[in-house]
Design a protein around this ligand. Structure first.
Ligand code: ZN
Ligand code: CA
Length: 492
């Protein structure tokens, strides 16, 4: 038995001419191996899926004969993208992902530039050319405007409606073949697709009008699908992170604020950040893109950072930098720079003239929190936001007078606070201290002695500063995997 699948052209959505349709063939023996109780329809679905979302330009124009190993290697690419077991065979988990409604833009792209294309301007015009009959026109207009606003809030971009056919972003609702070589597929499957920034069709967004579009919950959310597609229209690629708005499959559960910290960092990488006042204006920084200030404000060596007994009161990441606090002094290390900035804290944050016991940063809110005794400051923009608050407002009981260390776990809503031998978990989304806390540090972080001087989360690991040492802790293995000098990040 020999089955031939002649597949529709699956060039990427870059505005490329379609090249001759590749054939995917599966020899008889191979098919039985893949079938394994699965229907032939599933196999066809999988082949189409891989061809559509995991083929590169060279695959399309290259060899015409496709073997089982080709299928299997593409399947592994897909499994790797979705963080499934890379079995190379069509297991139920893989098939379930393939059957999930999704965006029509491929997950692999032959971008010349890794960051994707971008608009060379910040004022971008848009027009809704055709409407769906699922919703009133005014509702569609409002949802499209809201979806663009998601990106406008996180970047310097401004969007304005235009009546011109030449608007940068043309929004259309269409079914099946709609004139761009990428026909829609009826209900479910592909929901929408979009083109990278550019002339003509570049930046345009098409929605499959065979879907039921909704402003509520019964159907596909036009707001969240549009916000995702506009991400492509601005130059973003698909993300492997399910928290990201740019994850390729449709996710029903989305918070009101659609963007993850990753999305904000990525849009800022293309267009710069929104913040008119950089985080620390004296250094010309912004929270996600930090042009490193060259030259030193302060005489070097005010403090001996390389003393082998050097300890820190608090340590936090902040964008691409790490801040080390000790007394009323601060050292700042940028990830990609070898020089260290240092000076009294007030030189960086004029209204904070105290020792900082604990500090953490929440990238999603581009906000740092600095604790001194039972007070804390919210720092966003150039200065602490208003007056300091009491930590009881975070849900700490009156007996807690001091936080030893605090750390926000990236890509989760959680911040951990360490006080003596216990720790607390705070939910930044719900703004509540969680019920089942405090818990014993020794129970949940075996190998970590108390009290903890400082803590930070970086590159997926917790780093506990204990006196003059820092313990790198793997939360999955639940163990310390490395011990270094606390000042080793400061070039000591
Ligand atoms: Zn997409
Ligand atoms: Ca569809």
């Amino acid at each position: 038995m020999r089955i031939w699948f002649v597949l529709a052209c699956a060039c990427t959505l870059l505005a490329l001419p379609c090249i001759a349709a590749p054939l995917l063939w599966l020899e008889g023996d191979d098919v039985s191996e893949f079938q394994d109780g699965k229907t032939r329809n599933d196999l066809i679905l999988a082949a189409k899926y891989l061809q559509r979302f995991y083929s590169s330009r060279t695959d399309s124009s290259g060899r015409m004969k496709r073997s089982r190993s080709f299928f299997s290697s593409k399947l592994k690419d897909m499994q790797s993208f979705f963080k499934l077991n890379q079995t190379g065979s069509l297991d139920p988990e893989t098939l379930a992902v393939m059957k999930t409604p999704r965006c029509g833009v491929p997950d692999v792209k032959d971008y010349v530039h890794n960051q994707g294309n971008r608009w060379r301007k910040t004022e971008i015009s848009y027009r809704v050319g055709t409407y769906t009959s699922d919703l009133p026109t005014s509702t569609v207009d409002a949802l499209i405007a809201s979806a663009l606003d998601v990106w406008a809030r996180a970047s310097p971009l401004k969007f304005f409606r235009s009546n011109s056919q030449d608007a940068d972003i043309m929004v259309e609702f269409a079914t099946k073949d709609h004139g761009d070589s990428f026909p829609f597929d009826g209900p479910r499957g592909t929901l929408a697709h979009a083109y990278d920034p550019g002339e003509g069709i570049g930046g345009d967004v098409h929605f499959d009008d065979d879907e039921f579009w909704t402003a509520g919950s019964n159907g596909f959310s036009l707001y969240s699908v549009a916000a995702h597609e506009f991400g492509h229209a601005l130059g973003l690629r698909h993300s492997q992170n399910p928290q990201s708005l740019m994850y390729p499959t449709y996710q029903r559960q989305r918070t009101q604020n659609l963007l993850s910290s990753e999305d904000i960092i990525n849009i800022n990488a293309l267009y710069g950040s929104t913040m008119p006042n950089p985080f620390y204006p004296r250094l010309g920084w912004s929270y996600s893109f930090i042009p490193w200030y060259t030259g030193s404000y302060f005489p070097m060596g005010l403090k001996d950072k390389c003393n082998p007994d050097q300890t820190f009161d608090s340590v936090t990441t902040l964008g691409e930098a790490i801040l080390f606090f000790k007394g009323r002094y601060l050292w700042i290390k940028h990830n990609n720079k070898s020089d260290i900035k240092e000076g009294p804290i007030t030189n960086f944050m004029p209204n904070i003239d105290s020792r900082i016991d604990a500090a953490y940063w929440v990238p999603q809110r581009s906000t740092a929190f600095l604790f001194s005794g039972s007070n804390y400051w919210t720092v966003k923009g150039s200065q602490g936001k208003g007056r300091h608050k009491n930590i009881s407002s975070l849900g700490f009981p009156a007996r807690v007078k001091l936080i030893d260390a605090a750390v926000h776990i990236y890509k989760t809503p959680y911040t951990l606070f360490f006080t003596q031998h216990v720790y607390w978990r705070y939910n930044e989304n719900q703004k509540v201290m969680e019920d089942s806390y405090p818990r014993n540090i020794s129970d949940d972080f075996p190998g970590i002695k108390t009290p903890i001087s400082a803590a930070m989360h970086r590159n997926g690991f917790l780093h506990f500063f204990l006196g003059p040492e820092v313990y790198k802790y793997d939360t999955e293995l639940k163990k310390v995997i490395e011990v270094k000098k606390a000042n080793s990040w400061l070039g000591c």
